[in-house]
Write a protein that binds this ligand. Structure first.
Ligand code: FAD
Length: 122
C-alpha cells in the first residue's frame, strides 16, 4: 500500500474516522454487558472532546446533547452513528445514507459475496 507523506486533511481524517467508528459499532456485541456499555459511553464521551477537528468535535458535542449515544446493541449503536453521520452529510450537502444497510456496508458486505474477507479472529 502506498501511503501519502502528507498529514491528513479534514476530509481524509473524516473518512478514516467514520470507517473506524462504523466498524467499531458493527462489531460491538448484540447484547453488551453493563461494563461494555459503560466502556462505549466513556469512549464516545472522550472522543467528542479529543477528535482533532475543532468544529467537527464541537458539532458532535451538540448532537450528543440532543441525541445521546444508543449503546444497548450493535444495531442500536450502528443506527445511532448512521443518523449522526447523516446529520453531518446533510450539512455538507452529501447524499443521505440508507441506514437500513449500515451493517451490510460495515460488517456483512453485499450478499453476492464480493467482499468476503471478514475480520481477523482474536
Ligand atoms: P464520508 O462522509 O467520510 O463517509 C465515508 C463512507 O461512509 C462513505 O463513502 C459511505 O460509504 C459511508 N457512509 C456515508 N454516510 C454514512 C452514514 N450515515 N452511515 C454509515 N455509513 C455512511 N466535516 C466537515 O466539513 N464539517 C464537520 O462538522 C464535520 N464533522 C465531522 C464529525 C465527525 C465525528 C467525523 C468523523 C467527521 C466529520 N467531518 C466533518 C468529516 C466529514 O463527515 C467527511 O468524513 C469528509 O467530508 C469526507 O467525506 P467523504 O465524502 O469521503 O465520505
Amino acid at each position: 500500500v502506498a501511503y501519502s507523506a502528507c498529514p491528513p486533511d479534514s476530509q481524509e481524517l473524516g473518512r478514516s474516522t467514520w470507517t473506524f467508528l462504523h466498524t467499531m459499532a458493527a462489531y460491538y456485541p448484540a447484547t453488551p454487558t453493563e461494563i461494555e456499555k459503560d466502556n462505549m459511553r466513556t469512549f464516545i464521551n472522550s472522543f467528542k472532546w479529543v477528535y482533532p477537528c475543532g468544529p467537527c468535535a464541537s458539532h458532535l458535542r451538540k448532537e450528543i446533547r440532543r441525541d445521546p449515544p444508543k449503546v444497548d446493541s450493535n444495531l442500536d449503536l450502528s443506527l445511532w452513528f448512521c443518523y449522526t453521520h447523516n446529520k453531518v452529510n446533510k450539512i455538507l450537502g452529501k447524499p443521505e445514507f440508507d441506514c437500513s444497510r449500515v451493517l451490510e456496508r460495515w460488517r456483512d458486505g453485499p450478499s453476492d459475496g464480493r467482499c468476503d474477507w471478514g475480520m481477523p479472529e482474536e
